[in-house]
Ligand binder design. Structure first.
Ligand SMILES: [Zn+2]
Length: 181
């Protein structure tokens, strides 16, 4: 018998997502592929664009009113371009805790070993795990297409005016927010 994990602390949108019982994780909207398969590693780019264009969160698929958040490494934050679409700040915070790739320092992205879906990424975008995660809160966003490493194009999301930048680093094997004096 499988016990449903306690996810009662999740933000309301994520709390209503279907749960992957094997991993005990809510399934982000952007990780559901057209064939219905769930892949926590690669995003469904059509879905990513659809969610972003309709102003909905990449993780919980509910509407985002007001500021939005992007989650990635310092390079993406500096450049203001992301391959992952925008999300609610509280959903991004939950992802920092829940996503095994993010939450623990030594978990390598499974895409380094295998790819279930043909994930490609934009030229100049690293697929490597950053040493630090940046949660960037901004007042809006746009989207465009960028050349991909496989010769095609992939959507990328462009950050609007930045309101806040929160940084998270690994301390003693766990991810913690870096607070500045
Ligand atoms: Zn959300």
């Amino acid at each position: 018998m499988t016990t449903r994990p306690d996810l009662s602390w999740l933000p309301p949108g994520l709390g209503t997502r279907p749960v992957d019982l094997r991993r005990g994780l809510p399934i982000p909207a952007v990780n559901v592929h057209p064939d219905g398969a769930v892949d926590f590693i690669s995003i469904n780019s059509e879905k990513a664009v659809e969610l972003a264009v309709t102003g909905r969160c990449a993780l919980c698929a509910r509407r985002m009113g007001g500021p939005v958040a992007f989650l990635g490494g310092p390079k993406a934050a500096e450049a203001g371009f992301y391959s992952d679409p925008p999300m609610h700040e509280e959903c991004a915070e939950a992802a920092l805790t829940l996503c095994p790739h993010i939450a623990r320092p030594h978990v390598r992205r499974a895409s380094e070993r295998r790819r279930e879906h043909d994930a490609t990424h934009a030229v100049g975008f690293s697929d490597e795990k950053p040493s630090e995660w940046v949660l960037l809160v901004c007042d809006g966003y746009g989207s465009t297409l960028a050349p991909a490493v496989d010769g095609g194009v992939v959507p990328i999301f462009v950050v609007g005016d930045v309101l806040r930048v929160r940084r998270f680093g690994y301390q003693e094997g766990a991810l913690a927010e870096i607070t500045e004096e």
